[in-house]
Ligand binder design. Structure first.
Ligand code: S3P
Length: 426
């Protein structure tokens, strides 16, 4: 699907509720499936990725009822059944990496598959620690399909070379069913900790001590949760309000877990006009409303421990940086090359087409601002939802119209993106 973007409105005004957090939605389904009894999940994400997770647990025999308003009722016997076919993770790395940690310790065999993009993404990072725990996983060149022979697993102590919540969660989920002691995982920097928070809330024996997580074999209690809005989806609206003169918007009920709010910290350094209103805590997760106004921004350096706290937002931060005075340097973000697309190359190539002054580095990007974006061209999404949405926002600040090819990839995380955007136009 081609999408033509031109700015046909003056400014953005109003208040919106952003759809549910994708990371928390995956975890709510996965952990409910492991907890004996009835769990209720309100405001489940309508994105394609969490649906892939949901369909996999249906295929593993879990009773999941989808009612109105994206509410799920999960009745689990805390026992998965052998699937009759291959389990399809679609585009979702979170589904594949987290679910592998559970399937590796079942009494049956299973095969996890993914789409073209997911089948190219690195799985060695989970296969290595799982194998150390006793798992049997067969692959070609450490990529999907993953053929998993269920085994009894034993605990390990493991240092992850990169900060990755998917890898950490995979090992935690394997450790949750491993006999004979504590599994310990240490990361170089703190990655998102939704797994730790939700498992603790559900009664797991899990502890965090600095950068080390310890987990023991545990039985989980069911959960009753209303999922907050996704800060990674909110990021596109925050960007639009900052860049379009006279805008003022409020984004309601957004997840503000500090392991996810790197974008807010960076934008404050860039002198953005952003305030948090009405902060509360729901099932261990910080939640609040975010108010954003048009701002004159300054460039800055983004590197080190903050990178995992804003990893998914870097393409839209690059768009914002084109409109900030001075240079913005993004370093230590090599991991961006192993996402749904090579997000360093894709962001640099496409923003250059629009007229941005942006350079590619091995581990990031250098953006010189402030530059007038011209547009008058077509751009590619590389089958990557975050590229699709970042380019949409870039299109709004171009002087001439742009056409985004294959915009439909937006549905991976945010099917209502455009509809919500329309509601803010003034
Ligand atoms: C996610 C973790 C991050 C992030 C992804 C979702 C999760 O990936 O990029 O979109 O839900 O755990 P990594 O753990 O590979 O950094």
């Amino acid at each position: 699907m081609q999408k033509t973007i031109s700015k046909n409105f003056k400014t953005l005004q109003g208040s919106i509720t952003i759809p549910a957090d994708k990371s928390i939605s995956h975890r709510a389904v996965i952990f409910s499936a492991l907890a004996k009894g009835k769990s209720t999940i309100k405001n489940f994400s309508d994105g394609q990725d969490p649906k892939s997770t949901l369909n996999i647990f249906k295929a593993l025999g879990v009773d999941i009822e989808i009612t109105t308003n994206n509410k799920l009722i999960i009745n689990s016997k805390a026992k998965l059944l052998p699937p009759t076919g291959r389990l399809d993770c679609g585009n979702s790395g979170t589904s594949m990496r987290l679910i592998a940690g559970i399937l590796a310790r079942q009494k049956f065999n299973s095969i996890l598959i993914g789409d073209q993009s997911l089948s190219k993404r690195p799985m060695k990072r989970i296969i290595e620690p799982l194998t150390l725990m006793g798992a049997h996983i067969e692959t070609k060149k450490y990529t999907a399909p993953l053929k998993i022979q269920g085994q009894k697993l034993h605990p390990i102590e493991y240092k992850t070379p990169k900060a990755s919540a998917q890898v950490k969660s995979c090992i935690i989920l394997a450790g949750l069913g491993a006999d004979g002691g504590k599994t310990k995982i240490t990361e170089p920097y703190l990655s998102r900790n939704h797994t730790e928070i939700m498992l603790k809330h559900m009664g797991a024996n899990i502890e965090q001590n600095g950068l080390t997580i310890s987990v023991e074999k545990s039985e989980l209690s069911p959960i009753d949760i209303e999922i907050c809005g996704d800060i990674s989806s909110a990021a596109y609206f925050i960007a639009a309000a900052l860049l379009i003169p006279d805008s003022k918007i409020i984004l309601k009920n957004i997840g503000l877990n500090p392991t996810r709010t790197g974008i807010l910290d960076i934008l404050k350094t860039m002198e953005a006009n952003i305030t948090i209103i009405d902060k509360k805590n729901i099932c261990g997760e910080d939640v609040g409303d975010i108010s954003v106004e048009y701002s004159e921004l300054k460039g800055c350096e983004i590197s080190g421990e903050i990178i995992p706290r804003l990893i998914d937002e870097l393409p839209i931060i690059a768009v914002i940086a084109t409109q900030a005075e001075g240079t913005t340097t993004i370093k230590d973000a090599q991991e961006l090359r192993a996402k749904e697309s090579d997000r360093i190359k894709a962001t640099v190539d496409e923003l250059k087409k629009l007229g941005a002054d942006i350079e590619e580095a091995e581990d990031g990007m250098i953006i010189h601002g402030k530059t007038k974006l011209i547009g008058n061209c077509s751009v590619e999404t590389y089958r990557d939802h975050r590229l699709a949405m970042s380019l949409y926002i870039a299109g709004l600040i171009c002087e001439k119209e742009i056409t985004i090819n294959n915009f439909q990839w937006v549905n991976i995380s945010f099917p209502k993106f455009e509809e919500l955007f329309e509601s803010l136009k003034a």
